[in-house]
Design a protein around this ligand. Structure first.
Ligand code: COS
Length: 385
């Protein structure tokens, strides 16, 4: 299939593919085993300008959009979702600054982010506020010229490794989600510490930690947008980033499919390569259909976002849900095609299957995505009446 990518988009895809094949594939099993953070790979991505893809040129980036970011994320995910999660979560954490920061805040933070000098993390989730993001309890109280943060964020990707954190906290408890605000908090600020690194089923190269705020004082200029806009900042951020999670699903599905085809051509049973059996061909055919459908949807949604469209909640939730459900199905079936070998750590598909699972969970479970889509369907129907 030709998706009519521009020459520049093809170059970005090819560059990300080359880095994935040369730098990520050789170390992915070891990173998965040890859980070591992929700093060496992050340095290569920084040297290749890939951290600046979606950041405007005036702030030191390449000024590209969602599609270019998805192409890079897809290629990295084809090799390792642990690595692509680190890279994509950096974009997630940057969106609040990009979408709601003042010119001054953008000048302060974006050039370093674009250069890959400082990693970013997004802090919304808490122990009692996962799907119910409006239920966060971390507080930010204005005292003179400072906000004082108290509370704990849970399961934060890039936690501990990132230097810049975009944090959602409650400034007015009486207003519920409308009393939330967004802030930038820098690593090293007194009162800001990290919990232990989580031991995860998959994406083990990525870092997931608690963020602990204990009377952490930040300048009041670190607020993003205005007081009370925090929930909107969070939702708009997630609207902007969820297509990229779909692209992670697409990439890992493509990687698993290629492994399954390679194996099925080599593996002999009943005197023939197993790819000659229709039972296997049908599984591979379904995988190929699902991958191509996911790619068509994800690239279309990314192009729609890049057109400047404002109503992106439903399409991005669709791209996330479809791409990541496909990832789970295709990686599971890749293991099935490869049988006992697929279940063993000698082959990469068991890792791909473990990695795929988180994609249906983070940045809003696929059940929450269906809620978002359902709400939009209701609103559209009411408008037509
Ligand atoms: N863009 C702009 N505004 C939005 C929005 C969006 N995408 N989604 C909701 N809002 C606004 C609503 O319009 C509402 O505003 P008003 O109070 O002015 O009416 C406000 O935000 C609250 O919206 P709602 O009542 O729909 O919020 P809920 O508490 O019911 O939660 C869901 C909505 C479930 C969709 C939300 O909590 C969610 O996305 N949960 C998943 C969170 C998530 O992705 N976590 C992962 C963290 S990062 S790994």
């Amino acid at each position: 299939m030709d998706y009519f990518l521009t020459e520049e988009q093809q170059m970005i895809r090819d560059l990300a593919r080359q880095i994935a094949e040369e730098k990520v594939v050789p170390v992915r099993a070891e990173l998965d085993e040890t859980g070591e953070f992929p700093w060496e790979i992050m340095k290569v991505l920084a040297q290749s300008d890939l951290f600046g893809l979606f950041i405007p040129e005036q702030y030191g980036g390449l000024g590209k959009g969602c599609l270019e970011l998805c192409l890079a994320v897809e290629e990295l995910s084809r090799a390792c979702v642990g690595v692509s999660t680190t890279y994509a979560a950096n974009a997630l954490g940057t969106y609040p600054i990009l979408l709601f920061g003042t010119d001054e805040q953008k000048k302060k933070y974006l050039p370093d982010i674009a250069a890959g000098k400082r990693l970013v993390a997004f802090g919304l989730t808490e122990a009692n506020a996962g799907s119910d993001a409006g239920g966060i309890q971390t507080t930010a109280k204005l005292e003179g010229n400072e906000y004082v943060l108290n509370g704990t964020k849970q399961w934060i990707t890039n936690g501990g490794e990132a230097e810049i954190y975009t944090i959602i906290a409650i400034t007015d408890k009486s207003k519920g989600p409308r009393g939330a605000s967004a802030f930038v908090v820098e690593k090293g600020t007194p009162g800001f510490t990290f919990g232990k690194k989580e031991n995860k089923m998959g994406i083990r190269a990525s870092s997931t930690r608690e963020l602990i705020f204990d009377n952490c004082r930040i300048p009041k200029e670190n607020i993003l947008g205005r007081e009370g806009m925090g929930f909107i900042v969070a939702m708009k951020t997630l609207d902007s980033s969820r297509t990229g999670v779909g692209a992670q699903g697409l990439g890992v599905a493509q990687g698993a499919f290629e492994e399954a085809v390679k194996f099925a051509r080599q593996r002999q049973q009943f005197g023939h390569p197993i790819i000659s059996f229709q039972a296997v061909q049908h599984m591979l055919a379904d995988m190929a259909i699902e991958i191509e459908a996911a790619r068509s949807l994800i690239y279309s949604v990314a192009r729609y976002i890049d057109s400047g469209a404002k109503d992106i909640s439903k399409p991005s939730a669709m791209a996330k849900t479809f791409g990541t459900d496909v990832a789970m199905k295709v990686t599971t079936n890749a293991v099935q095609v490869m049988g006992g070998s697929g279940y063993m750590k000698e082959y990469p598909v068991e890792k791909m299957m473990r990695d795929a699972k988180i994609l249906q969970i983070y940045e809003g479970t696929n059940q929450i995505q269906r809620n978002v889509i359902g709400q939009e369907i209701i609103k559209e129907a009411a408008r037509k009446k």
